[in-house]
Design a protein. Structure first.
Length: 391
């Protein structure tokens, strides 16, 4: 799970590096460019329930194999693109499919078959691969773009992904992974196919919609900033490599926070951990406002750890709460619909971030928008009883 997340979302997030080169070459507006990323996020969200259903029906081998093939094809074909609609199709739709098939929905469902008491910690460790992927691939993509061009960068990354497709399909022992822990298999034998949570029953609970709100609002706030973060730092006066490296370090620290979020939540409580992470995220966004007015290396050095150490905390916790509360034969399908709200929020935030930049001529309004949605994201852990007291 760690490696597949590294090659999934980690590669998709390299779009932040391609933003300015594409803007210079084609003259597209910032809103047009961020809308490509929004399409990727929309497709990722819209297909999440389908991916959950497919995982429940056919298992992980073909889910992950299809995901890797989509990502490789999208990046390899992106080298020859010249029109905005082509970027929507390949960098938007095809990357969205690849990340959805390689993402949190099948990963959480698979881990739920092996872990129970420490599920949140296991999910955190597995999904820290997203942050590590940012550390590896964003500076690498920036290096390739700077020393060659953006087309060569897409070609090289796409070729590497396509080479991994047969490895994913043939070399990974998916049958053993899908079987689950002996305790899981023993419980599964005693459950008829019709028993357990259904999607309709889950949607009738407050905790379902609370988790959806956390995901949607968190993603809306974060992605209104993240998609343009490299461009923001470059516009503030930092070099392209320094900006990409700062983003990469944020990804590395995010990997640490993702990895540790489950242990911290188990030790101090879910509500306390999530609330602290939102406070840290808000502090990081305020530091961004300071950087926009007084750009300096000291402020950047403070922003990176404050923002990075809080960035990935919520995802594993929401995944763990869902997997434990809605445990049963349809958990992947249920989680897929909740995860869809995350991707939809990210698409909304990405679009709004670009539009607000174009309308205001700067980033301050977008950061204010992000802060408002971060506050909304924290609310369910204080207002929904099942989340307030979840252990």
């Amino acid at each position: 799970m760690f490696a597949l997340n590294l090659f999934g979302r980690g590669l998709a997030d390299t779009y932040t590096v391609f933003l300015l080169p594409l803007e210079r070459e084609f003259g597209w507006s910032r809103a047009q460019l961020t809308s490509v990323y929004a399409v990727y996020l929309l497709v990722n969200g819209a297909t999440a329930p389908l991916v959950g259903l497919m995982f429940d029906r056919v298992g992980p081998r073909w889910v992950y194999g299809v995901g890797m093939a989509c990502l490789g094809a999208a990046f390899f074909l992106a080298q020859g693109l010249a029109s905005l609609w082509q970027f929507y199709l390949f960098v938007g739709v095809l990357v969205g499919l690849g990340v959805s098939f390689n993402g949190m929905v099948p990963g959480s469902a698979l881990l739920a078959r092996w872990y129970r008491a420490r599920l949140s910690a296991a999910i955190g460790v597995a999904f820290s691969g997203i942050g590590v992927g940012a550390v590896v691939f964003i500076p690498l993509a920036q290096y390739l773009v700077s020393h060659y061009d953006w087309r060569f960068a897409y070609r090289a990354l796409g070729f590497a992904m396509l080479a991994l497709v047969p490895v994913v399909l043939l070399a990974v022992p998916w049958r053993r992974y899908a079987a689950g822990h002996p305790e899981f298999r023993a419980v599964a034998k005693h459950h008829a196919a019709g028993e357990g949570w259904t999607l309709r029953a889950a949607m009738g609970t407050r905790i379902y919609w609370g988790l959806a709100q956390v995901f949607f609002c968190t993603a809306a706030g974060m992605f209104s900033v993240i998609v343009q973060l490299v461009a923001f730092l470059i516009d503030a006066g930092f070099s392209p490599l320094a900006a990409a490296s700062a983003f990469g370090f944020i990804g590395m620290l995010s990997a640490l926070s993702v990895m540790g979020s489950g242990f911290i939540a188990d030790r101090f409580g879910y509500r306390q951990t999530v609330t602290a992470s939102f406070v840290g995220t808000s502090a990081g966004m305020l530091l961004l406002l300071a950087i926009s007015e007084w750009p300096s290396w000291s402020l950047l050095a403070l922003f990176v750890p404050v923002f990075g150490l809080c960035m990935g905390t919520r995802g594993p916790i929401v995944s763990s709460v869902c997997a434990r509360h809605f445990a049963g034969p349809r958990v992947a399908t249920i989680y897929g619909t909740i995860y869809a709200s995350n991707a939809l929020g990210a698409a909304f935030g990405s679009l709004m971030g670009g539009w607000l930049h174009d309308q205001s001529g700067g980033y301050q309004v977008g950061v204010g928008f992000a802060l408002a949605f971060i506050a909304l994201a924290a609310a369910p852990f204080w207002s929904v009883p099942a989340l307030k007291h979840f252990r």
